[in-house]
Design a protein around this ligand. Sequence first.
Ligand code: G3P
Length: 215
Amino acid sequence: MDIYVDSANLKEIEAAKELGLADGVTTNPTLIAKEGGSMREILGKIAKTVSGPVHAEVLNLEYAAILKEGRELAKIADNIVVKIPMLRDGLRAAKAFYEEGIPTNITLIFSPAQAILAAKAGATYVCPFLGRLDDIGHDGLLLLSQIRSILDANPDLETKIIAASIRTPGHMIELSQMGIDILTAPSKVLQQMEKHPLTDQGIAAFIEDAKKFSA
Ligand code: G3P
């Protein structure tokens, strides 16, 4: 299982890397906008910071423009993965990139049917959004388990699952149990995973007791 940082912030990515939690990085236009500055520059720095895949999303939505932009993004660094929204032109572009040997991520997947199309188009990764489904009263984890079953039942589909829109440590646990290939989590969730009140209480008690004897 790989864990990626869902962030375009270098400090967050470096902090996760120190704990072995930056097997890769996913970005999107919203995350890039939070950092400000040039997208190309931000991606270049991230791609130097981590050795694993760095997912860079195209801003264009029409076939020829996606191809042009994706090829440009792929030139930024060897570890760039071209991230493309789930739409028909995006699927066509993923197929063309597959033939060119450029890795792709089809993102904004909200149904198993969309995941099947992305896998058949040759996407290297499919990226279902868990939390946003929960937000509208659907079951995000069910979607992840359905996609896991489909890919397990059809080993000819070589795409990997990246679970995104992860909101809680509980999501991380459930997704790990399902054998999801990659979990991309915001830095906040990675930090929350460290915490347990009994750990804090235990440390405080040990510190107190340690005052009662000499080393
Ligand atoms: O990579 C994008 C995805 O993780 C978005 O998460 O929390 O905005 O739904 P969220």
